[in-house]
Design a protein around this ligand. Structure first.
Ligand code: AMP
Length: 353
């Protein structure tokens, strides 16, 4: 029974990848993978863009295998680098005068619109320092300096108003909410990410924002903290009662779960020989997930399953180098091959009779 259940909920999107991948190999029209080829929408439909809100920051990271000093990070940075493989991105964030101009240019070169990014010349950018444990799955926050984020009042530019997809990256919950409230027409899909920091410092505010979104993504320990329940199935049910119709629970190297009503879908993470730096993997996952949905404009549960596989594939690149380094060098071929690795990982046939 369990096997049948697993099969019926996993194989179809994965087969879809396989078909797409093999189609591409045969020189057909690729339907999933990105950039040059896939930045254009399927069926020549008009391409609606995606609004991304979140931090653009400096990070300092320590892992058991290395240490970085002040590198570029931030939730919205990772989301933009990833999602821009699939759809144009309109970014909302804030940085200080210390944020390198060439970093902003690198994003605009990828069709990331920065009209909604405020630059406070006399202030410092958000800074986060974290240290990973030996398992590379858990980490401690050693320092969070809000700096420009402390007084951030986002302004949604007029040119962003037509966006159908809104990705609220990890950020002050009241700021996330302010962006929703500024959209004159409610986007077709609002996805939010958050973290334990906001559960500890702004829980009531966080719950207000959660009540306004369609999809929430958290990691397993955050799901437990938010719901007060150890069982992830019950935690997801409790979180759905707070408002979102879909709950995604990320489990690091153990994959991700998607819950909707009484349905659940599981996508594994790709077993990698070496994980160099897990920072930004969650945001990259979010960028792949929303990037695929925005490109296809299909928000069905089945398409969300595909989006989760795509998010997992993109996250598997992120961890291979420090910071955003690996995301910057990706080609559409790299992504197609990685998707095929996923197909090989989970595609199996089972006959019980
Ligand atoms: P992830 O590893 O995907 O959970 O996200 C890592 C990114 O989150 C880093 O690049 C940090 O700059 C950013 N970050 C860390 N703490 C916070 C926070 N409290 N609010 C918003 N972004 C944060």
């Amino acid at each position: 029974m369990i096997c049948l259940f697993f099969c019926s909920h996993t194989i179809s999107p994965i087969v879809e990848f396989w078909l797409v991948y093999s189609k591409e190999k045969r020189g057909g029209i690729a339907a999933i993978v990105p950039r040059n080829a896939l930045i254009s929408p399927p069926n020549n439909t008009f391409l609606m863009s995606l609004v991304v809100v979140g931090t653009m920051a400096f990070d300092a990271i320590e892992t058991p295998f290395g240490k970085s000093d002040k590198i570029i990070g931030g939730a919205a940075t990772y989301i933009a680098w990833c999602a821009s493989n699939f759809t144009p991105v309109k970014q909302i964030s804030i940085v200080g005068g210390d944020f390198p101009a060439e970093e902003l240019k690198a994003l605009t070169d990828r069709q990331v619109d920065l009209a909604g990014v405020q630059i406070k010349a006399d202030e410092k950018s958000f800074f986060w320092r974290g240290r990973y444990h030996m398992d590379m799955n858990s980490r401690d926050t050693l320092d969070t300096q809000l700096n420009v984020l402390a007084n951030f009042q986002p302004v949604v530019p007029e040119s962003y108003q037509d966006c159908e997809f809104l990705m609220l990256g990890n950020l002050v919950p009241a700021v996330q909410r302010s962006v929703i409230e500024q959209m004159r027409k409610r986007p077709k899909l609002i996805v939010m990410d958050t973290m334990n920091f906001w559960m500890e410092t702004a829980m009531e505010d966080l719950k207000k924002t959660i009540s306004m979104v369609d999809v929430i993504m958290v990691n397993d320990s955050e799901a437990r903290q938010l719901s007060g329940d150890y069982s992830l199935v019950r935690a997801a049910a409790t979180i759905m009662q707070m408002g979102p119709k879909y709950v995604i629970i990320k489990k690091g190297e153990h994959g991700a779960l998607l819950f909707h009503e009484d349905k659940v879908f599981f996508a594994p993470a790709l077993p990698l020989e070496e994980v160099f730096d897990p920072t930004g993997a969650g945001d990259t996952f979010a960028g792949g997930f929303i990037g695929h949905l925005a490109r296809t404009k299909d928000i069905s549960f089945d398409n969300m399953k595909t989006a989760i596989i795509l998010g997992s594939a993109m996250a598997s690149f992120c961890v291979e180098k420090f910071g955003t380094d690996r995301l910057r060098e990706l080609s559409s071929d790299d992504i197609a091959h990685r998707l095929n690795d996923f197909v090989q990982l989970v595609n199996f046939d089972i006959k019980l009779y």
